[in-house]
Design a protein around this ligand. Structure first.
Ligand code: COA
Length: 115
């Protein structure tokens, strides 16, 4: 089994930005390392792009998500509202320089708390 989901998130320094969070994502351990996670990640990114999202955030393993273009949110002065090691919170710009000069705090959609 594999799950993948994306939900809107809000950046407090520019609440008009249409941003999405790629989470949660998981692949059954018995099925891992067969490319399923990569297909889910790429499909999720393209779906969010098609919806018109200007950027994405993800909470996960830096080495894994960097292969899809994500970089540490700290590079832009952006943090998650929730506790956690800063290096596991990452962003991907779908529109050029969408996060430049937008230091702030990301909040996840309230639906996320119910997942
Ligand atoms: C992360 C996860 C979704 C990857 O799924 P997957 O189907 O195994 O991914 P793929 O087969 O596409 O990719 C496997 C590659 O990712 C790497 N990888 C997997 N987990 C990793 C991790 N935690 N850190 C770094 N690399 C990781 C593997 O080493 C492998 O590398 P390779 O391509 O160089 O051999 C899966 O490991 C998982 O469900 N983990 C538990 C839940 C989780 O952490 N989700 C992410 C946060 S929401």
């Amino acid at each position: 089994m594999a799950i993948s989901c994306s939900l809107p998130v809000t950046l407090d320094s520019d609440t008009n930005l249409f941003l999405m969070g790629l989470a949660p994502m998981a692949v059954n351990p018995a099925r891992q390392n067969k490319g399923i996670g990569s297909q889910l990640a790429r499909a999720g990114i393209e779906e969010c792009r098609a919806l018109g999202a200007a950027g994405l955030v993800v909470l996960g393993h830096p080495k894994y998500y960097s292969r899809f273009g994500f970089s540490p949110s700290a590079n832009f002065g952006i943090k998650s509202k929730y506790d956690g090691a800063p290096e596991v919170f990452m962003v991907l710009e779908l529109s050029a320089e969408v996060f430049a000069g937008k230091a702030g705090i990301i909040s996840f959609h309230s639906s996320f708390a119910r997942l």
